[in-house]
Ligand binder design. Structure first.
Ligand code: PAF
Length: 284
């Protein structure tokens, strides 16, 4: 366990620390995570440090955003390592609440966001974005940071968070940070640890499929031709199944056929029991 990075587990302790900083006139950044941290998460901490004097990272594996057949129980939990990495990145405080602290007996509220939560991962993981919106609302209200940073790797999640913070007048600036990738292009993700050696070798085909669509859009082809072709390529490369490959407007996430306006090309596909997601921008 890291000795220097302070860890608090209750909302009261978190608020006391934030109040202490506020009394000194300092600004606060927050990086919500589920732990099992990698360089991608640490880049969010670095971005938060560019925008705030003190940075709080939360590590909470949120049960309400996992479906009944998903990986909640086996999601990697490694707090001591996470704390060391956070300390090295310059984070000032780790907030690691228990499930009982976040969802005490009688908890009965959930935030649901229509529009941007629908389609893509929202269709494949019913209830997921409501779980995310509820826990992120709680974290933001518990900490009341000036800025909060989320990765663009979870692009739909970022759109959902931007939507409800605006709709609910939560006084925080939401910042997106670019996806960090391994040398072969695979987007960094805590779930990459689940991949067998064979599946890991297949995984970079996901980014290749996305860049192929971007090239196609740039040369005037249409999404409705390019996306089904990319699905076929992913299956041929060795993916067990493909949840979706779609082109969406970068702001509204409504379906797009061309890249005349900025679009996001998004995909989710399964390798064994592991579901990988990725997305890239194009056009505009
Ligand atoms: O992206 C994640 O790690 C989680 O969905 C988040 C935003 C921390 C909410 O649990």
């Amino acid at each position: 366990m890291s000795r220097d990075l302070d860890i608090v587990r209750s909302v009261a302790e978190l608020r006391a620390r934030v109040r202490y900083w506020r009394d000194q006139g300092l600004t606060i950044g927050m990086v919500p995570t589920m732990g099992a941290l990698h360089q991608g998460h640490l880049s969010l901490v670095v971005k938060a440090l560019e925008h705030a004097d003190r940075v709080v990272t939360s590590v909470f594996v949120n049960p309400t955003q996992f479906g009944p057949n998903e990986d909640f129980s086996r999601y990697p939990r490694q707090e001591a390592r996470d704390a060391e990495l956070l300390e090295g990145a310059g984070c000032h405080l780790l907030f690691a609440p228990t499930v009982a602290e976040m969802y005490p007996d009688g908890f009965a509220t959930s935030i649901s966001v229509s529009g941007v939560s629908e389609g893509l991962c929202g269709d494949v993981r019913p209830g997921h974005f409501s779980g995310v919106a509820t826990v992120v609302t709680k974290l933001l209200l518990q900490c009341l940071p000036d800025v909060a940073v989320f990765g663009e790797k979870d692009y739909q999640q970022l759109a959902v968070i931007r939507r409800f913070t605006r709709d609910l007048d939560i006084p925080v600036a939401i910042l997106g940070a670019p996806t960090l990738r391994e040398a072969d292009g695979l987007a960094m993700s805590s779930r990459n640890a689940y991949l067998s050696a064979g599946d890991r070798a297949v995984a970079p085909a996901l980014l290749r499929a996305l860049t192929g669509i971007a090239d196609g859009l740039r040369s005037g082809a249409r999404a409705s031709d390019l996306c089904p072709r990319a699905v076929g390529e992913l299956l041929k490369a060795g993916f067990a199944s493909v949840d979706y490959v779609e082109v969406r407007d970068a702001d509204t996430l409504t379906p797009a056929e061309t890249a005349e306006r900025p679009v996001r090309i998004l995909a989710a596909a399964r390798l064994g029991a592991t579901r990988l997601i990725d997305n890239i921008g194009c056009g505009g």
